[in-house]
Design a binder for this molecule. Structure first.
Ligand code: CO
Length: 327
């Protein structure tokens, strides 16, 4: 749990994943043969093995905000980094890379529901532009605060999306006894801005097969949107989302390995969203690719909630795929 907390707490909005990468690099280095950081900041960890090349990818970046303007009274205007919902911003805490804290609120002459990010600001406790400019600059990024907590077998925090995927991949590598393939664990950058890191990482790795580890929204809360996925029933094998359709080879491989691992799993066909898989599969001459997701409630809020048994099953699933290798 301490490792997970460390990975989640690390500052890492899209394009500034350095701190997350440092944590993961330290954790994984003794379990792999070679580590590279490419020009996009992807962390590429190679465990040499026989046979075909399997790449697993989890993404390091998180959504956040970026400073666009500071007014005369010291209030900071901002834009989104990734899919930031205005509704989830109001009266939330944010933290800048230098440790500075702030609170997001909105222009109260408008109704809160009518406020887009352009009607919001960050209050950093400054009384003037000069004072604010001593603390932040245009272009600085901040992430949402949301402390890690457990509620029985459930855990909630900011940035489960997708640090829980990073954690699962790391844990699977640590537990793997015999690598059944030439294996790459890749921790990618800038997914929230359109899968930018994964695309470049896959060009470098040239995998025969790639599996992305992500989170997926569920349909198990009151009056929720209809999604056939719930917390506590295992990780998903994702057949499709807005960015890809599973490759037949990956499909066969994943169902086989899920059965061999003896885990609970769910089959998911999402009508929206995208994952690194969508970018990876279109690199080189094409890659057999797929996603497995950890079900998650309240995605892109400071209280992203997962079930720890799902996480454990995901780790077992990944380990099984790494050990069995691909045809
Ligand atoms: Co996301």
């Amino acid at each position: 749990m301490e490792t997970l907390k460390k990975i989640i707490a690390a500052f890492g909005p899209s394009g500034r994943e350095d701190a997350v990468r440092e944590v993961l690099k330290e954790e994984i280095k003794q379990y792999v043969d070679e580590i590279k950081i490419d020009n996009m900041g992807n962390l590429i960890c190679h465990k040499k093995g026989e046979g075909k090349r399997l790449m697993m990818a989890a993404r390091m970046d998180e959504i956040g905000v970026i400073v666009t303007y500071i007014d005369d009274k010291g209030f900071v205007r901002f834009a989104a980094v990734g899919g930031v919902s205005p509704f989830n911003c109001i009266n939330r805490g944010v933290r800048f890379e230098n440790g500075l804290r702030g609170v997001i609120s909105y222009e109260t002459k408008n109704a809160a529901k009518d406020c887009g990010l352009d009607k919001m600001y960050i209050d950093i406790g400054a009384a003037s532009r000069e004072e604010a400019e001593e603390k932040v600059k245009i272009g600085d990024m901040a992430v949402f605060e949301g402390e890690f907590k457990t509620m029985g077998r459930r855990a909630a925090s900011k940035t489960m999306d997708d640090r829980i995927g990073c954690y699962a991949l790391l844990a699977a590598v640590k537990r793997t006894e015999k690598f059944g393939c030439d294996f790459y664990a890749v921790f990618t950058t800038q997914e929230e801005l359109g899968m930018r890191g994964a695309k470049v990482a896959a060009v470098n790795v040239k995998p025969d097969m790639a599996i992305a580890i992500d989170v997926s929204g569920v349909g198990d809360t009151p009056e929720s949107r209809i999604v056939d996925l719930k917390l506590g029933a295992g990780p998903s094998i994702k057949i499709k989302d807005g960015s890809y359709i599973i490759h037949p080879k990956s499909r066969e491989f994943m169902f086989k390995c899920a059965k061999e691992a003896g885990i609970d799993y769910q089959v998911e066909a999402a009508s929206f969203g995208g994952t690194d898989t969508g970018a990876i599969m279109l690199t080189g001459a094409g890659v057999a690719a797929a996603t497995t997701s950890i079900p998650c409630r309240y995605i892109h809020s400071p209280q992203e909630t997962v079930d720890l048994d799902d996480v454990e099953n995901e780790i077992k699933f990944l380990k099984q795929m790494i050990e069995s290798g691909i045809e």
